[in-house]
Design a protein around this ligand. Structure first.
Ligand SMILES: CC(=O)SCCNC(=O)CCNC(=O)[C@H](O)C(C)(C)COP(=O)(O)OP(=O)(O)OC[C@H]1O[C@@H](n2cnc3c(N)ncnc32)[C@H](O)[C@@H]1OP(=O)(O)O
Length: 433
């Protein structure tokens, strides 16, 4: 680290340092300074999810008063010049297998201190700590795509933003009679149902990541973060199965007339089955006085695309990377994910931070991989970020090879790895952090 004199320290969210830390984060993302209500919510979330906050403060350029505390903390807390937070959640890596996941967020460096190695220093120490604690995978969402590959993170899932023209929504096939029912519920009472639907989604969706506590106030309309007020337009639609258990939900809000269309934003929609998902979308599309549905969290492989008489009723307005993954423990991570067919390949992973570095033989029998260090010549050579992109199967092995991301891998080795590693629908992560 070039700024080696600046030592990161752990930040207590409840103190004045915590306030300064949070202020630095929101201002880095060009949001206004936090008020007391915002801070109280943020502190509750930090405690609930167990976030570890790191901050770097500049060296003093002034002489503190004689009665200043001897702790080394600044007397009046100025904003840190760097912030960094991490905590542990879980991720479904496919086949119903869930692994602990090291989550990284709130990475900021003040404009006065950029490009002096502060991010590198914080990230290197934090990933080493996560690896030492036995966490096999790390994740983040990236503000810019060119920053995190050098730290071994690769884009691993994508999300779509869509607009649905409700005037053209008709299903090709009439759905069978509903043995359950759809119900509009008060958003403030919907959290237990939304949580139950999400828990089921997490257990069966490759790429799904557990959610932080901040989801509750947003989806129940208690708090709109960008407005810093209750959401007067929040609504929740539930689907209950024949036993009256929630098996699908849609959280949505009226956003007004946008581009001449009366628009509803679907903030979250998850369902246990494609049929329930279609029921939820159909009901939303049939609402009076609504011409357009908007949603930012639609999967790449989406049932509605193929269920409509007029598929062009759906327009994708953005398709982009979402979850970035970094493998910290190759044998644990690769053995946990499902594999499509039997086979054996030797992968040389190049990882300047060391965690995934090595030559690994991956041998699959009956869908389960045995992963061991190997002295054999590698079939493919890949960087750690490429392993992150390959991990959940969002991109075909052959496409990565064509892009030169597997070194000089022979076509037969690429085919073998592709047969072993590819398969299933695109992974889907509907969690933002
Ligand atoms: C997970 C998240 O929280 S995503 C949010 C990230 N934060 C933001 O976007 C807020 C605004 N930006 C910032 O605060 C800062 O510019 C940061 C955090 C992105 C970078 O912090 P810095 O301390 O300047 O980065 P640092 O000097 O450690 O650079 C580390 C490496 O990343 C590279 N890098 C840093 N920022 C960028 C960038 N925006 N684009 C491309 N490369 C970058 C550097 O060139 C350096 O490369 P090298 O070590 O391989 O030579």
């Amino acid at each position: 680290m070039t700024e080696h004199r600046l030592t990161p320290r752990t930040v207590d969210p409840d103190g004045e340092e915590g306030r300064a830390w949070a202020t630095a984060v929101v201002q880095s993302f060009h949001d206004g300074a936090p008020d007391d209500d915002w801070l109280a919510r943020w502190r509750a979330q930090v405690r609930h999810d167990g976030l570890r906050l790191s901050g770097v403060w500049p060296e003093r350029t002034w002489t503190p008063p004689a009665d200043a505390p001897a702790s080394g903390a600044p007397v009046a807390v100025s904003p840190p010049v760097a912030t960094y937070a991490s905590w542990t959640q879980s991720i479904d890596v496919g086949g119903g297998r869930v692994l602990p996941l090291h989550m990284v967020t709130d990475v900021t460096v003040a404009p006065t201190h950029r490009r002096r190695g502060l991010l590198r220093s914080l990230m290197t120490a934090d990933l080493a700590d996560a690896a030492a604690r036995g966490l096999p995978l790390a994740a983040l969402t990236a503000s810019e795509g060119s920053i995190y590959g050098r730290f071994g993170f690769g884009p691993a899932t994508r999300l779509r933003r869509v607009e649905v023209d409700t005037t053209r929504v008709a299903l090709r096939r009439t759905l069978p009679a509903d043995t359950g029912r759809l119900e509009l519920v008060a958003p403030r009472e919907a959290w237990p149902a939304i949580s139950a639907v999400f828990a089921d989604h997490l257990a069966r969706t490759r790429g799904a990541v557990d959610r932080h506590q901040g989801y509750e106030p947003i989806l129940t309309g208690a708090y709109l973060p960008w407005d810093r007020s209750p959401d007067r337009h929040a609504q929740v639609l539930l689907h209950l199965d024949a036993d009256k258990r929630p098996d699908g939900h849609a959280a949505f809000r009226w956003t007004g007339v946008e581009e001449g269309r009366r628009t509803v934003e679907v903030t979250d929609l998850l369902a246990a089955t494609p049929e329930v998902e279609l029921r939820l979308w159909s009901l939303l599309a049939s609402m009076d006085l609504v011409e357009r549905l908007r949603c930012d969290t639609v999967p790449v492989d989406w049932v509605l695309d193929h269920a409509l008489v007029e598929p062009r009723a759906v327009r994708t307005t953005r398709l982009g990377d979402h979850l970035w993954l970094r493998v910290l423990d190759v044998p644990v991570a690769l053995a946990a994910r499902p594999w499509s067919v039997d086979g054996s390949v030797v992968l040389r992973v190049v990882d300047p931070l060391g965690h995934a570095d090595g030559t690994w033989r991956v041998t699959v029998r009956d869908g389960v991989a045995d992963v061991t260090a190997s002295a054999d010549d590698p079939d493919a050579v890949l960087d750690a970020d490429t392993l992150g992109s390959l991990y959940l199967g969002d991109v075909d092995v052959a496409v990565l090879a064509a892009a030169g991301r597997l070194g000089d891998a022979r076509p037969e080795a690429v085919r073998t790895l592709g047969r072993m590693a590819d398969g299933g629908p695109a992974p889907y992560c509907a969690t933002s952090f």
